[in-house]
Design a protein around this ligand. Structure first.
Ligand code: ZN
Length: 197
């Protein structure tokens, strides 16, 4: 392995989200220093992931099987469908353990600026899936950004001719959040979506 091979490796690591050139250098150095405990196991894990990861044809999740473990699980509530932008969002909801229904990944958000149109999103089998699975409620778990909300409204209209209830995530004060630290948008939305106590 020459110095330039190491540079190539650092450059690849630096392209990963959350890692800049500095962190990439530190990570690569750590791997080289700990060949047996880090580098070889990482190579093995990367190879397994590259060889065995599939995209679930039902929801868009990454898994070793298709349909994925979530779509395959008979214990999941198949009356609830949660629409998320990407796999990271699905994983975040799964980590929280608060949602036991099924998912649909759009693979992006509508954006006039970036030229992302409905046909660029993964929506083809959505209405078919809703009818097949007996879905009674679709939850839009999309970002509280202009693109996220535009997409949620588009999808709500798209689902207008089905009989499902469409809901969105509440926007408000995070658990443990102090009013003083909230941005104006969050505080305004929290006040607008107030509820009886
Ligand atoms: Zn799936």
């Amino acid at each position: 392995m020459s110095g330039s091979d190491i540079e190539v490796l650092i450059e690849k690591f630096a392209r990963l989200p959350g890692l800049g050139p500095r962190s990439a250098r530190r990570a690569v150095l750590e791997l080289i220093k700990n060949k047996n405990s880090l580098l070889w196991p990482l190579i093995q894990a990367l190879e397994n992931t590259a060889n065995n990861t599939k995209i679930c044809t039902r929801c868009g999740n990454f898994d070793l099987i298709d349909p994925c473990n979530i779509c395959n699980d008979p214990k999941r509530d198949n009356t609830l469908l949660c629409i998320v932008e990407g796999v990271a969002d699905l994983w975040a909801l799964e980590r929280s353990g608060c949602f036991k229904g099924l998912y649909h990944i759009t693979g992006g958000l509508l954006s006039a600026i970036d030229g992302i149109r409905p046909e660029d999103l993964n929506l083809e089998n959505l209405s078919l899936k809703i009818n097949e699975l007996n879905i009674s409620e679709v939850i839009m778990a999309l970002s509280a950004t202009l693109e996220g909300q535009t997409t949620a409204h588009y999808l709500a209209k798209f689902l207008d001719d089905t009989s499902v209830k469409v809901s969105g995530l509440a926007r408000g004060i995070p658990v443990g959040g102090e009013l003083d630290f909230l941005d104006d948008g969050t505080l305004t939305t929290a006040l607008k979506s107030r509820r009886p106590l």
